[in-house]
Every structure is written in C-alpha cells, then in structure tokens.
Design a protein around this ligand. Structure first.
Ligand code: SIN
Length: 309
C-alpha cells in the first residue's frame, strides 16, 4: 500500500505572531477587513494587515489618487484613516470575530506620534502586532523621511519598541542606498520582523495636458512592475538579519509568492492583486501547498532562503 503523505505544514511564526500559513494581505490593499469579507474567507488568511492608523482621523490626498501604469499601479492616497478611536470602535468588534491575526499598520508625523499610537494599542484586544509605516511616499510630513534616513528610522523603531508590548514590524522603503543597513537597524532596535517593500516613488504624466496624472504629482508604484526590485531587496535583507522577513511587491499568484520564499522571505503579503482579484491570497495558499507537495518538502520553512546562488 502506498503510504498517505501528510499535507505540508504551512505554519509560520512571524516574530511571535502564529500564522496558519505564510500568506498575508498588505496594508492599504484590503481596507479594514469588512470590505473584503463577502469575497474572501478571512479565516484562511495567514494574517491581515489593515490600512495605516494615525492618532486622529485624516482625509488623505485630493483626487485623482490612483493611476494605472504598464504592469503597475501608481497611488498617492495619502493615508486617510478613521483615527485610533474610530478604528477601534468601528472595526475591532468585526475583526475579533475571526480566527486570523490582525496586524495594524501605524503612522505618525513625528516620533512621538508613532510612539503614542503604538502605546494606545496595548489596551486593544484582538490586535496581534504593529507594522510601522515608515515608508509611505505620499504624505508631506513624516513617513517617507523616517524610512529613508537611518537615524530617524532608528528613532521611530526605538520609540515604538519602548512603548508597545506587541510584536513590531517596520515596513521598509525600497528607495534607500543599502537596504541591509535598515534591516539590521530594525533588528538592533528590537523589531520582531521586517516587511518590505513599500511602493516605489514614481511619476506619471499626461503628455497632452502636460499635467501629472495624480493630484499629489508623485505617488508610489506597486504591482508586477516592481516585483524584481522587491525580490532583490528581500534577498539582501533576509541574508542580513535573523528576524523573519515579509516579502511584498507585485505578488499576483503562488509562483510569485514562492519566488519570495526562495529569496528568503518567511511570509509574503499580497497587495495590488487584491484590487483586481480578491481571491489571490486564497489561491496562493493552495498553490504553495501544492508546490511543497510536488517538491517533497514537509514544511514551508524548508523552502525559505533556498536560492541556489
Ligand atoms: C497611501 O495611503 O498613500 C499609501 C500607503 C503607503 O504607501 O504606505
């Protein structure tokens, strides 16, 4: 009799966050959960990262805020959010119904704002981790500067780490000289994991009107166009640190996700694909399991960092 092969073990421990599988949904592409609940079985996600939360409600940028480019999406949304109180009151009762780790992406305009929003989440039931948004290219004060200046980056991660009991995951910007310096700084400041990359600063122009396509002029490019850049940065960062890495950037199917795992990511987050095909995360989970099975790998961890280079 042929022995029955056990299903591959997809579980991942992301710096203290226990996930059923390595497939998360990226901040800013999945709202706060209810927006996708009729389309996706949220319980099947590895984790959900919600859109960036600030201390106070904010409106975001003027429209147009998005523009489709060749193989990519340019956005300058500007981090609109319901504020800490609005998020906790409106969305946490909904999110607590699900058996999925909730990671809250947090942002501030100053180091103190980051620290304060992190501190407030200590008392919120059902939040499993904080992703520190130091890489949004679309707001005038804070975020992008904190993600591209190593000293400012350390100050933010240190301050958040000092104020929270939750696992912290700085989300790295791609437009830095040496990603390894930021990855190592995150680890040295006590981050439990890192996620990368955020969108790449970019510009689209309407040649007829000679105007930018976005009201904010510049935006962040995401989608398949940035996948090779993301893979290279994940590969470099993962070799520089021993904390877990979340790979993000143009993942549209299981093969894309598998490439990130091979590059050294312990988990992946689906971003832009959620807008066109909300089932991508579910299909990616199934595709990873099928790949592990086909390659005789018992655990998803057996694939991580196996690039033959
Ligand atoms: C935005 O809201 O502008 C995008 C969020 C981000 O890039 O972090």
């Amino acid at each position: 009799m042929t022995p029955v092969q056990a299903a591959p073990d997809l579980r991942v421990n992301l710096g203290g966050i226990a996930m059923k599988n390595p497939v998360m949904v990226a901040s800013g592409t999945f709202g706060y959960g209810p927006e996708y609940a009729d389309l996706v079985d949220l319980n099947q996600l590895g984790a959900m990262v919600v859109k960036g939360i600030h201390l106070e409600p904010t409106r975001g940028n003027e429209t147009p805020r998005t523009f489709e480019t060749a193989s990519g999406l340019l956005n300058a949304i500007g981090l609109p959010n319901p504020g800490f109180d609005g998020f906790v009151k409106t969305y946490m009762p909904f999110l607590r119904q699900y058996d999925v780790p909730v990671i809250v992406n947090i942002w501030g305009r100053t180091v103190d704002e980051y620290a304060e929003v992190a501190r407030r989440f200590n008392d919120v039931d059902g939040v499993h981790g904080l992703e520190i948004n130091v890489s949004c290219p679309n707001i005038k004060e804070g975020s992008a500067l904190f993600g591209t200046d190593l000293d400012m980056f350390r100050r933010v991660v240190d301050a958040v780490r000092a104020r929270t009991r939750l696992p912290v995951i700085p989300k790295l910007a791609p437009n830095v000289g040496d990603i390894r310096a930021f990855a190592c700084a995150a680890e040295a400041c006590g981050a439990n994991a890192i996620s990368l990359i955020n969108s790449f600063p970019a510009l689209a122009i309407d040649a007829e009107t000679r105007r930018p396509e976005l009201a904010n002029v510049t935006g962040g490019l995401s989608g398949p166009a940035i996948k090779p850049i993301a893979l290279k940065l994940v590969w470099e960062a993962a070799r520089a640190v021993s904390i877990p890495v979340v790979g993000i950037g143009g993942i549209f199917n299981a093969t894309d996700a598998i490439e990130f795992l091979i590059a050294g990511a312990d988990a992946v987050a689906i971003g832009t694909a959620n807008f066109t095909h909300p089932g991508t995360a579910m299909e990616t989970v199934r595709g990873i399991a099928e790949y592990l099975d086909r390659h005789g790998l018992a655990r998803v961890g057996d694939l991580v960092g196996t690039l033959a280079a």
